[in-house]
Design a protein. Structure first.
Length: 218
């Protein structure tokens, strides 16, 4: 039976979390909302609708949610031609592919954004499939994105590992019943990742690659 390595992308394989923070902060500012950047950072990893609800509350004017999401998308899109992969992100995926893992991306990105992220990683031959925002009814921390990734890989939860950088990733992985690996390169503290369910935590993809022989992806 095969095994699957499922990866979040933003903040896990590509160094984009703070670009998202800046774009969301500006989108909120333009709409008349004062949202602290640290609060935006903690919410990154949620799907757009979930992020807006998390930061503005349930009593907000929901009619403006699409406007906020569109503003964020336009602002963030300015960076598409220069998104920076995290150290050894591509090499990590290629190594896992050679070792027999089915590599699947699980991300809220889609369309041009997903294409830009994949160009940054530069390891398309190692990526078997992508579970994007369009494929599920509910994003992280719900388990659906991870569960859909497992369906694409054709493996059960007990044969999979999910790697992510946020508490939302760890909670989604826990609910999907897979092993969870956290990385610190998204800016979330180790203690928060462990509290949310991370079984192991590494600095970044390079650290995980160097530790493959004795970690969850051995």
């Amino acid at each position: 039976m095969g095994r699957a390595a499922v990866f979040d992308v933003d903040g896990t394989l590509v160094d984009t979390n703070h670009l998202h923070v800046t774009a969301w902060w500006e989108a909120f500012r333009q709409a008349g909302h004062r949202v602290p950047m640290h609060a935006v950072h903690r919410a990154v990893g949620l799907p757009s609708s979930g992020l807006v609800a998390h930061l503005l509350g349930e009593d907000r004017d929901t009619r403006r949610d699409d406007e906020l999401s569109a503003a964020h998308k336009a602002l963030y899109g300015q960076y598409f031609d220069r998104l920076p992969a995290l150290p050894d992100a591509g090499r990590l995926l290629e190594r896992l592919h050679r070792d027999g893992w089915t590599v699947v991306l699980a991300t809220s990105a889609d369309g041009a954004e997903l294409s830009a992220l994949r160009r940054a990683i530069d390891a398309d031959e190692a990526i078997s499939a992508t579970a994007s925002a369009d494929d599920v009814a509910e994003g992280k921390p719900a388990p659906e994105p991870v569960e859909h990734a497992l369906e694409l890989a054709g493996v059960p939860a007990e044969r999979a590992v999910f790697v992510g950088d946020t508490v939302w990733d760890m909670r989604a992985g826990s609910r999907a019943g897979v092993r969870r690996v956290g990385v610190l390169c998204g800016g979330i503290p180790r203690a928060d990742l462990e509290e949310a369910g991370a079984e192991a935590v590494y600095d970044d993809p390079a650290h995980l690659l160097a530790s493959l022989s004795d970690g969850p992806l051995a």
